[in-house]
Design a protein around this ligand. Structure first.
Ligand code: DX5
Ligand code: ZN
Length: 227
């Protein structure tokens, strides 16, 4: 199980200490939401900020690009210290070349699918990715309610992974709290991105442990996965 707190929900006024708090919490990855004000109606932060916090931690940097033109951002984020870069399948015709480019930069490849987008759109790419990110809110803002209708998409991804003998991770992002993390784990998710529900706890370490426990106790048996 991977627990990935989303920096979007942290206190931006004291970012360095928030990164330290995540590092000490026992979380596995730091999730970094990149919003361009076009693909989604919000703007977050860019490669400059990612480069500035890179020396503060050894944690895996999981960069989620919610951007209309990710092709111009892959190099900058790779240089800034991203370990994994996730792009959206809604970019249609560009997906193959984006995956290739991320791979050629030596980074892990993630593919995200929005709630209204059919799972058929990700199927052709499953053997080329390291993680599938099933969005459980419409991207753009933290603190939204979990969309329960997305659970069958996680089950579908897990069924395909089993049938095709693949090892990509199944991540969920949006409205993930202790309860919805358990539902996602039962459906087959193994990677839990969570902003508001983790950061609202004063003790991030115990919140991460609680989420890990909720996920583990509902996990379905599976093949060994990519790290
Ligand atoms: C949503 C982002 C999420 C967000 C999750 O657009 O992709 O990563 O930070 O935040 P919560 O957990 O608050 O829904
Ligand atoms: Zn995200």
């Amino acid at each position: 199980m991977i627990i990935a707190p989303s920096l979007l929900a942290s206190n931006f006024a004291r970012l360095a200490s928030e990164v330290g708090r995540v590092e000490r919490s026992g979380a596995d990855w730091l999730h970094l939401d990149i919003m361009d004000g076009h693909f989604v109606p919000n703007i977050s932060f860019g490669p400059g900020l990612v480069a500035a916090i890179r020396p503060l931690t050894k944690m895996t940097f999981d960069v989620h690009l919610m951007c209309s033109r990710p092709e111009i951002l892959l190099d900058p984020f790779a240089r800034a210290g991203a370990d994994r870069i996730t792009v959206h399948v809604e970019l249609d015709g560009q997906v193959t070349s984006l995956i290739w480019k991320i791979r050629s930069l030596g980074r892990q490849v993630g593919l995200a699918v929005n709630p209204p987008t059919a799972m058929a759109s990700v199927k052709p790419f499953l053997d080329q990715i390291d993680s599938l990110l099933v969005m459980t809110v419409n991207p753009g803002f933290g603190g939204q309610g979990f969309i329960t209708e997305c659970l069958p998409k996680i089950q579908q991804a897990a069924a395909w992974r089993r049938k095709l003998g693949l090892k990509f991770r199944i991540a969920v992002d949006g409205g993930v709290d202790f309860k919805t993390a358990a539902s996602c784990a039962s459906a087959g998710a193994d990677t839990f991105i969570s902003g508001t529900s983790l950061f609202e706890h004063k003790n991030l370490k115990s919140a991460v442990a609680k989420m890990r426990k909720a996920a583990q106790s509902h996990a379905v048996p599976r093949v060994s996965l990519l790290q």
